[in-house]
Design a protein around this ligand. Structure first.
Ligand SMILES: NC(=O)c1ccc[n+]([C@@H]2O[C@H](COP(=O)([O-])OP(=O)(O)OC[C@H]3O[C@@H](n4cnc5c(N)ncnc54)[C@H](OP(=O)(O)O)[C@@H]3O)[C@@H](O)[C@H]2O)c1
Length: 275
């Protein structure tokens, strides 16, 4: 199998970490990122098949931070074959209880953060004449979830971006796709931010609290992050990855139903689950 140089944003926990571990075990050179201080000189010894994980500091909301991490990889490897835009956070709260600034901060990480890293790598991949971009979206990027509207919207935006990007980059030999996990047991639940006003008593509190408890329960009883990592690894191997791939039979079925069912029915089911 061809060994790749792979950049994974947000590899300190959850899906990013599991993906880094799986891909390094397959022999790839994996550069993972975290916002915490990481020593770029500490590249762990090869695990026998030549793969390794090296952690770099990167905050996807900062141009300088993104540029510096990419420069470090290029100075060591001279190329980056695969970008996995995985870094993400969730904000919860009703739309009325979430300020525009809070909504913007959600997009800063999940949408503009991914966009920033992609834009920084496109010239590199164009010059290479090859490359693959895999964005970690969500089932919530196809079916919007109440009280997670800005999270869902940020993932809808990523889905739209990748659809257009695929047309633009195809002539340069670059491929792109989205991977859509459903509930996955990671640090995401604990790291979720509540909108300031959602922590107070408001007209939405009762429904919001119930909905949040349901989300948290489902995530913490979700699949292990390795299940998502395996799908990402499969997309790396595919010469022509599809636009989108959901993780797990259950979510593939839900997304198929969403395509064929009347929208009213999907809305009713989401309402029963989360409202
Ligand atoms: N868990 C689920 O149920 C689920 C479902 C569907 C989709 N997803 C998506 O899967 C992706 C990974 O989430 P996860 O579930 O693995 O959650 P997680 O365990 O909380 O991991 C999130 C990762 O993102 C990084 N990160 C957060 N903000 C960042 C920023 N501004 N710059 C750089 N890195 C940042 C974190 O790194 P540091 O904190 O170390 O910087 C961490 O490594 C996200 O895009 C999420 O939306 C998750």
């Amino acid at each position: 199998m061809k060994k790749h140089v792979i950049l994974i944003t947000g590899a300190s926990s959850g899906i990013g970490k599991a993906t880094a571990e799986l891909l390094s075990a397959q022999g790839h050179h994996v550069y993972g990122t975290t916002r915490k201080a990481a020593d770029p000189s500490q590249i762990p010894a090869s695990n026998g098949s030549g793969g390794f994980i090296s952690m770099l500091t990167m905050d996807v909301t900062s141009d300088a931070s993104v540029a510096s991490a990419i420069e470090t990889i290029l100075s060591k490897e001279g190329r980056i074959d695969v970008l996995i835009c995985n870094a993400g956070t969730g904000i919860a709260g009703s739309i009325e209880d979430t300020t525009v600034d809070e909504a913007k901060s959600q997009f800063e990480t999940n949408f503009f953060g991914a966009l920033r890293v992609m834009r920084s790598l496109l010239p590199v991949m164009r010059a290479q004449g090859t490359g693959k971009i895999i964005a970690v979206s969500s089932v919530a990027g196809i079916i919007s979830i109440p009280y997670q509207a800005h999270y869902s919207a940020s993932k809808f935006a990523i889905e739209g971006l990748i659809e257009a990007l695929r047309h633009e980059i195809a002539p340069f030999g670059i491929k792109a796709c989205v991977v859509e996990p459903g509930d996955t047991k990671t640090g995401f639940t604990q790291n979720r931010v509540l909108a300031q006003k959602a922590r107070e008593q408001t007209a939405y509190s009762e429904r919001f609290t119930r909905s949040l408890a349901r989300m948290e329960h489902d995530e913490q009883n979700g699949v292990p992050p390795l299940a998502v990592a395996k799908v990402i690894a499969r997309m790396i191997k595919k010469r022509n990855p599809p636009i989108r791939v959901a993780v797990g039979f259950q979510y593939k079925a839900i997304l198929l139903l969403k395509r064929i069912m009347p929208s009213r029915l999907t809305e009713k089911i989401v309402g029963m689950l989360y409202n």
